[in-house]
Design a protein around this ligand. Structure first.
Ligand SMILES: Cc1cc2nc3c(=O)[nH]c(=O)nc-3n(C[C@H](O)[C@H](O)[C@H](O)COP(=O)(O)OP(=O)(O)OC[C@H]3O[C@@H](n4cnc5c(N)ncnc54)[C@H](O)[C@@H]3O)c2cc1C
Length: 672
């Protein structure tokens, strides 16, 4: 069963429940909407614990399949709270390190949708500083005795079991001596008191534990190693689509609202939704794949939560702008969303803490270990980036930027055959993929030059038969590569600068506000990388293939295949004429435009903030930062500008409506 089949199965179940009026779509459904019957129905349908091994009731599926399930449920605001935490993170933590007895005790209930498990982490004195927890589990015959006070425990009043992070020994460092447990909620000594939130709702609680006996087999993993284990668990907790989709239920209501604005500003807002979520969603996919590989993608999980929380909050304002006078239902949903929204950037790790995590990875305590220039995931693309950098001069300062020097660079690029990379050899090109072409462009842009390569590449493709619409998409994709390269280099230069430059007796890199800006820039560039990689994935190959097909079909008598006409039987196809602009689907165009828009926004942030962090030196002609920032500013507005890309995305979204937007975002459009 593939992701597509899972999507179909969950959509069928959701449609049944919705049409029978068995739930009302709600904002923030994964935290506030308990329906035990719904969770059991998912269990009966075999949709819970699908990533787990068969012997524990799962099907050994990848986390990317589970992503398809969770995002479909969040899309319609389904009542998923009862099983959410148990299935998302406690089950996987127990699977990884639980005792056989613990596995047997809780995993079957989770896959059946019967377990409601709370997260006993936070305490009155331990919020962001989780390692400071005081709840104590003292060894006793056959286990431990637990005493302590937890707070903000979601659904503790409904829980069948509770995860507990407690101190099991006093050590020199607060991160040591912590252990993880799962206890039954009917154990004697547990007292749950409700906390009502600003919306008047009761979803979280205070929980006091007095002399609660924890049997030995209820320990997860190794005694005293709880901190390391909980950090791994946080990737599951932070890296999922619930961190962006809490307010998605507004979207169909907004698009169906009578007073919906459709002017350019409104289209731009809609375009922003599509561009940003498609990039975020690719990030969730990457995180899911990393979890499958047994990795703990800490930086990406933090980045995806930070950006996702901004997205789900931003969606409320976009809804308010798009429908200035909403009807009763939409107004109600907007109010629900607003009242839920202050929690988004707090629960699961406060926004500022996430910035701190990313900054710490970018700027470690030993600053000599900072790694300013990110390596590309694909080793071949990385080699091309490096080679392009060498060809352009080696370092930012070594590039000969005189007219003659730039002419020489253009000639070298031409002589190397780079102006025809990704054009099929059968069409007179140098072969290779668009990913290769993009890597070369990115490598040059890291040195603040392009050698007009993007323009040459578009011209070479057009000469080989590429249609106008495809050429525009290609240009946007290559612009994104320029923006990424220049943005990455500007950030790297700035990281080097804040490490070296001292003020107030310490490097600038030690100042919290400076760290925070470094983290914001890194996260936005991470998002732009996702958007770009997604565009390459879904549109890049299609552009190259379209040309190869054109060549082949011309040779074979003019059959012209298109995305909507795979057999090549349409009028354009049978006529034997080239049909410019018909070989690329709306979704592929949207992916390329999204890549441009998100890279332009990341570039804009980087250009502004890297100058700020450099102070006066950065605005001198002598210092090389401006070679990068000027390239960013120019590229943002060249070709299809950031604004035009967003407006066009909005137009496509408006024409398709929520179902088409969703299929595009989730790559789940029915195959034509
Ligand atoms: C709706 C909701 C549900 C929750 N559910 C659970 C649950 O089920 N189980 C559970 O254990 N917890 C839960 N929590 C608690 C949540 O994890 C904490 O609220 C969170 O970790 C922040 O802790 P705090 O509220 O004590 O804020 P504090 O730690 O006091 O921080 C307040 C603010 O100070 C700033 N700040 C703090 N530390 C730093 C830092 N190092 N760097 C920069 N700025 C900083 C930030 O702006 C932060 O927002 C929930 C919270 C909410 C809102």
């Amino acid at each position: 069963m593939s992701s597509t089949e899972i999507r179909t199965r969950i959509r069928t179940l959701l449609d049944d429940w919705l049409s029978a009026g068995r739930f009302t779509p709600t904002v923030d459904c994964w935290l506030r909407s308990v329906d035990r019957d719904f969770s059991r129905a998912l269990g009966e349908a075999g949709l819970l614990g699908m990533t787990w091994p068969v012997e524990h009731g799962g099907e050994g599926r990848p986390n990317t399949d589970r992503l398809a399930l969770t995002e479909e449920m969040l899309r319609v605001g389904a009542p998923v709270t009862a099983h959410w935490i148990a299935e998302r993170q406690i089950g996987p933590a127990v699977l990884r390190a639980g005792t056989p007895e613990l596995k047997a005790a809780i995993l079957p209930d989770i896959v059946a949708g019967r377990a409601i498990i709370g997260l006993g982490m936070s305490e009155p004195e331990s919020g962001s500083d989780l390692a400071s927890v005081r709840t104590r589990a003292v060894p006793t015959e056959g286990g431990w005795i637990l005493n302590g006070h937890k707070i903000w425990t979601t659904q503790a009043h409904n829980a069948t079991a509770m995860y507990i992070l407690a101190r099991t020994s006093e050590e020199e460092k607060k991160h040591q001596g912590l252990s993880e447990f799962v206890i039954d909620m009917d154990s004697p000594g547990i007292e749950v008191s409700p906390i009502v939130d600003l919306a008047g709702e009761h979803h979280f609680n205070e929980v006091r534990y007095t002399d609660v006996f924890i049997p030995r087999e209820r320990l997860i993993g190794t005694e005293g190693e709880g901190w390391k284990q909980v950090i791994e668990q946080l990737s599951f907790e932070r890296g999922g689509p619930e961190r962006a989709l809490s307010t998605w239920v507004l979207v169909p209501e907004v698009l169906a609202a009578p007073g919906l604005r459709t002017d350019e500003g409104a289209l731009r807002d809609l375009g922003q939704v599509v561009a940003e979520l498609s990039a975020l969603r690719h990030m969730y996919r990457r995180i899911a794949a990393a979890l499958d590989a047994g990795e703990a993608p800490i930086r990406l999980a933090a980045a995806s939560k930070f950006i996702g929380n901004g997205f789900e909050k931003g969606l409320i304002d976009i809804a308010r702008r798009l429908v200035p006078t909403p009807g009763e239902k939409l107004a109600g949903l907007i109010q629900q969303a607003l009242w839920a929204s202050p929690a988004f950037g707090i629960r699961g790790g406060a926004e500022d803490v996430l910035l701190g995590i990313v900054a710490k990875l970018e700027l470690p305590r030993d600053l000599s270990k900072a790694t300013p220039q990110p390596r590309l995931a694909d080793p071949e693309a990385q080699e091309l980036v490096e080679l392009a950098g060498k060809v352009a001069g080696g370092t930012l300062l070594d590039v000969d930027r005189s007219d003659a020097g730039l002419d020489r660079l253009r000639s070298t690029v031409e002589d190397l055959g780079w102006t025809r990379v990704s054009v099929p050899e059968s069409a007179g090109g140098s072969g290779g993929s668009l990913a290769d072409a993009g890597a070369i462009v990115r490598g040059l842009a890291r040195l603040g030059v392009t050698a007009d390569l993007p323009e040459h590449l578009v011209a070479a493709h057009t000469g080989a038969g590429l249609g106008q619409r495809e050429a525009t998409a290609l240009a946007s994709l290559l612009d994104a590569a320029v923006l990424l390269g220049a943005g990455e280099a500007a950030l790297a230069l700035t990281i080097g600068h804040v490490i070296e430059r001292e003020q107030f007796g310490a490097p600038l890199a030690a100042i919290p506000a400076v760290k925070s800006w470094i983290a914001r820039m890194r996260m936005q560039l991470d998002l732009a990388v996702e958007s770009y990689d997604r565009a390459l994935e879904i549109a890049g190959e299609a552009l190259v293939a379209a040309e190869a097909d054109d060549q082949a079909s011309d040779a074979a008598g003019g059959q012209h295949r298109t995305a909507n006409d795979p057999a090549g039987t349409s009028a354009a196809g049978t006529s034997g004429e080239s049909a410019p602009g018909t070989g690329i689907s709306d979704a592929q165009v949207a992916a390329a435009l999204s890549a441009k828009a998100i890279a332009a926004q990341a570039g804009g942030l980087v250009a502004a903030q890297t100058h700020q962090l450099h102070g006066a030196i950065g605005i001198t002609a002598e210092y090389p930062l401006h070679h990068l920032t000027q390239l960013i500013w120019a590229t943002r507005d060249s070709g299809t500008s950031e604004h035009a890309a967003l407006v066009e995305l909005g137009r496509l979204a408006l024409a398709g409506g929520e179902p088409v937007i969703w299929d595009h975002l989730t790559d789940s459009a029915p195959e034509s």
